[in-house]
Design a protein around this ligand. Structure first.
Ligand SMILES: CC(C)(COP(=O)(O)OP(=O)(O)OC[C@H]1O[C@@H](n2cnc3c(N)ncnc32)[C@H](O)[C@@H]1OP(=O)(O)O)[C@@H](O)C(=O)NCCC(=O)NCCS
Length: 165
């Protein structure tokens, strides 16, 4: 599959899923896909996808999504294992309200807690604010409302060197 196809797959997922970030233009999404961790089928089609963001004193695993036709088959476990293996940075953090994703990261040693450094939360907060502003600017009210309404349901999961011990 080519980069254009990958980017279109990603934009489609970002449009459908209320908990994911809003999409950018295809050109920018091609760059995201190039740097992302993906699982693919034999023809090269994306089955599962996740990105990372650098924050102050932590790296966030974010935009975790499995193709709708392949959900419920355990792919989130393989995807999170691939993402953790590809990122040697610690701590790794992840925010989610998905019980399935919580199960996958807990199995890898993530624990539900605040990030070890308060400056990480500041960095995450600034990024979240920018994301909200972008959702409002592009008129994606549904996504904004979904995320705002469920804000308190999101939990932070952390994989640090200590949690691996
Ligand atoms: C969340 C998501 C990535 C999970 O991927 P998946 O491959 O379908 O999940 P899996 O099949 O690997 O399931 C993982 C585990 O969660 C369990 N599970 C699934 N749904 C569950 C639920 N509602 N409650 C509790 N456990 C659940 C599964 O049984 C499995 O447990 P097991 O391995 O011990 O049997 C996928 O549903 C998705 O892409 N959702 C849309 C995007 C999204 O919301 N991403 C999260 C952004 S924060």
């Amino acid at each position: 599959m080519d980069a254009e196809h990958d980017a279109r797959w990603l934009v489609q997922r970002l449009r459908e899923e209320g908990d994911l970030r809003p999409p950018y233009r295809l050109k920018r999404e091609r760059q995201w896909v190039a740097e992302a961790t993906t699982l693919r089928d034999d023809e090269g089609r994306i089955l599962a996808y996740t990105e990372r963001r650098k924050h102050l004193f932590a790296t966030e695993i974010t935009t975790v999504v499995v193709d709708p036709t392949h959900r419920g088959k355990g792919l989130s476990h393989d995807l999170m294992l691939a993402a953790v293996s590809a990122n040697q940075d610690r701590p790794l953090i992840l925010f989610t309200r998905s019980k399935a994703l919580e199960k996958a990261v807990a199995r890898l040693g993530f624990v539900q807690r605040r990030p070890p450094n308060p400056l990480t939360l500041l960095s995450v907060g600034v990024r979240a604010l920018m994301r909200c502003l972008r959702m409002i600017t592009i008129g994606d009210v549904r996504k904004f409302w979904t995320q705002f309404a469920h804000l308190r349901a999101f939990r932070c999961w952390v994989l640090s060197d200590e949690s691996a011990d």
